[in-house]
Design a protein around this ligand. Structure first.
Ligand SMILES: Cc1ncc(COP(=O)(O)O)c(C=O)c1O
Length: 371
C-alpha cells in the first residue's frame, strides 16, 4: 500500500511502540497510586510531559495532557473567556468551529476571520476585529490540515496582544513538521496531538502560558493540575512523549526529506494538464499538497486510487465522505466545482521517491480514463 494521508493520522513509530509496551503489559498502576506501581506510572507521565514541553520550547508545568487535538481545542475555547467576543479564522478545524458556534449560541458574539486566495489571514479582516473592540479572544491555526498553509502567528499575536486580545493556536498539524516555539509565537494557548507525529491516538496536549487559567471540561479528579480530570492513559501519554522526543531530535532531517519528496510530487503533478496546486505561493508544510483537477470528481479519484492500493484524502479526513465542498477551499474563494475535484496528499517519513513516481503514474492513468 502507498499511504499518502499522514495529516489524517500517522503510523506509530516502532520506537514509540517499544516505549509504550511496558505500560500496556506490566506497569498498569494508576498514576495516583502511592505504591511503587503507581509511582512508576507517575514518573513515566512526568518524563513524557518534559518531552512534549521540549518539542515546543515550553516547560513541563505548562502541559495539560488531553485525549487529543479535539479535546485540546475544545478546552482552549472554553478557557479563552470570550465574554466580550470571540473570533476564529474561517479555515479552522471543526474542533474549533463547532465549539465556537456553541459559544455563539450561548450568547458570546462570534466573528469569522477571512483568508485570502492563498489561505493566509486577511490583514484587513484582522484590523476590523481589532477596530471594533468587540473581541477579547482569537483562535487561528498555525498550519492548515488541508492546504498545509502556515500562518505567521508571531506577527498576528503581536498585533492582537497590543490590544489586549488573547490568542490560541491549533498547532496540531505543525508540530513535528516545522519548528514550533511556544514562547516565540507569543500565544496564550496551543493545541497538540500525538497521532499526527507518529505517536498513538488518544493523546494530545494543551500548552498554556504561565499564569493563564483554564476552564476544565472534565471535572471529578485532581489530575493535570485539576484542569483535566480522569485516570491518565499512561501508555498513550508515554507514546506521545517518545514521539515528541523523536520529532524534536529528527525535525531537520525529516523536514529536509519530506521537502525533497514534496518537490518531486509537485513536479509530477505540474505535468498533468489543467491541474492546479492550491496556495502554491504561500508558506506551506513540507509534507502537504492539495490540488484541483478540473472536471474530475475528487471522491471518485480517491476510490479509484484506493482500488490501486493508494490512500489519499479528498479534503480533510473529517470532511471526506460529505459532498459539501471543503470550507477551507470555499473560504479561499475556490469555485465549488473545482473544490469538489480536489485531492490532498500528505507525505510521511516512510514514503519513498519510488512511491511518489508510482502515485503520479497511477493518477495520470486515472485522469486520462476520466477525460
Ligand atoms: C488542524 C487539526 N486540529 C485538530 C485536529 C483534531 O486532532 P485529534 O484527531 O487528535 O482529535 C486535527 C485532526 O485532523 C487537525 O488536523
Amino acid at each position: 500500500m502507498i499511504y499518502l494521508d499522514h495529516n489524517a493520522t500517522t503510523p506509530i513509530d516502532p520506537r514509540v511502540l517499544e516505549a509504550m509496551l511496558p505500560y500496556l503489559k506490566s506497569f498498569y498502576g494508576n498514576a495516583s497510586g502511592l505504591y511503587r506501581l503507581g509511582r512508576l506510572s507517575r514518573s513515566a507521565i512526568d518524563t513524557a510531559r518534559h518531552q512534549v514541553a521540549e518539542l515546543v520550547g515550553a516547560t513541563a508545568s505548562q502541559v495539560i495532557f488531553t485525549s487529543g487535538g479535539t479535546e485540546a481545542n475544545n478546552l482552549a475555547l472554553a478557557s479563552l473567556e470570550p465574554q466580550a467576543g470571540l473570533a476564529v479564522s474561517a479555515i479552522e478545524h471543526p474542533s474549533i468551529l463547532e465549539p465556537a458556534e456553541r459559544l455563539r449560541q450561548q450568547g458570546h458574539p462570534l466573528s469569522l476571520i477571512d483568508v485570502d486566495q492563498n489561505g493566509l489571514i486577511c490583514q484587513e479582516a484582522l484590523d476590523a476585529i481589532i477596530r471594533t473592540q468587540k473581541t477579547t479572544a482569537v483562535s487561528i491555526m498555525l498550519a492548515n490540515n488541508e492546504t498545509g498553509v502556515i500562518q505567521d502567528i508571531a506577527r498576528l499575536t503581536e498585533q492582537l496582544r497590543a490590544h489586549g486580545i488573547a490568542l490560541h493556536t491549533d498547532a496540531v498539524q505543525a508540530a513535528g513538521k516545522i519548528p514550533v516555539d511556544f514562547n516565540s509565537l507569543g500565544v496564550r494557548l496551543m493545541s497538540l496531538s500525538s497521532h499526527k507525529l507518529y505517536g498513538p491516538k488518544g493523546a494530545g496536549a494543551l500548552i498554556f502560558e504561565k499564569g493563564a487559567r483554564l476552564s476544565p471540561l472534565l471535572l471529578g479528579g485532581g489530575q493535570e493540575q485539576g484542569y483535566r480530570a480522569g485516570t491518565e492513559n499512561v501508555a498513550a501519554i508515554v507514546g506521545f512523549g517518545k514521539a515528541a522526543e523523536l520529532a524534536k531530535s529528527e525535525l531537520a532531517q525529516r523536514g529536509e526529506y519530506l521537502a525533497g519528496l514534496k518537490t518531486q510530487l509537485e513536479d509530477g503533478l505540474r505535468s498533468i494538464p489543467g491541474l492546479s496546486i492550491f496556495a502554491e505561493d504561500a508558506p506551506r508544510l513540507p509534507n502537504t499538497v492539495q490540488f484541483g483537477l478540473p472536471n474530475s470528481d475528487g471522491e471518485m479519484l480517491l476510490m479509484r486510487l484506493d482500488q490501486q492500493g493508494v490512500a489519499v484524502s479528498s479534503g480533510s479526513a473529517c470532511a471526506s465522505g460529505g459532498k459539501e465542498p471543503s470550507h477551507v477551499l470555499t473560504a479561499m474563494g475556490i469555485a465549488p466545482a473545482l473544490a469538489q475535484s480536489t485531492l490532498r496528499i500528505s507525505l510521511g517519513t516512510t514514503n519513498t521517491p519510488d512511491q511518489i513516481t508510482q502515485f503520479i503514474e497511477q493518477l495520470k492513468i486515472l485522469v486520462c480514463q476520466e477525460g
